[in-house]
Design a protein around this ligand. Structure first.
Ligand code: ZN
Length: 154
């Protein structure tokens, strides 16, 4: 990622020490845990790759990585919550692979239930109804119910 100076006459006034500083700057970037504000040195390449993938700055990517690696209580809780959401999203994707609208809505429901914004949500598709809430251990719970009732109308 070295800057090219091709085609320009740059006076050679740099000290060898400056080169060393620059090299360190480019190979490592300090990331800060968003919860406990502990700093951690992150390989610049990793931050750069994630920044490119997600369209965020290298600093934001470094902070994300530092948060992911941090051992603080909030960091661990955050990762566990993220993992729960990922697993639940995967489960929903298996159910609603053919129905993107239902899948997208279920993701919103999962997030809202996990964050506590919504206590419980139920939606119905055909003969199935899905209820998303949290159990007593704060785990996300998805209840699927199949109802095949026959209505007689006269
Ligand atoms: Zn932390």
């Amino acid at each position: 990622m070295a800057k090219t100076t091709k085609g320009k006459d740059i006076p050679d006034v740099e000290h060898p020490q400056d080169n060393v500083t620059q090299k360190t700057k480019e190979t490592q970037i300090a990331g800060e845990c968003i919860f406990c504000h502990t700093f951690r040195q992150i390989p610049y390449e990793d931050a750069f790759t994630i920044a490119q993938l997600r369209g965020i700055t290298e600093q934001e990517a470094a902070d994300d990585l530092a948060t992911d690696m941090c051992r603080c209580k909030q960091g661990i809780d955050f990762r566990e919550s993220k993992k729960r959401l990922e697993n639940a999203a995967e489960f929903m994707h298996k159910i609603f692979a053919e129905n993107d609208g239902a899948y997208q809505m279920s993701l919103c429901c999962l997030k809202a239930v996990d964050s506590g914004d919504i206590e419980k949500v139920t939606f119905k598709i055909g003969k199935f109804s899905y209820t998303i809430d949290k159990d007593t251990q704060a785990m996300i719970r998805v209840k699927t119910k199949y109802t095949d009732s026959q209505d007689a109308k006269f």
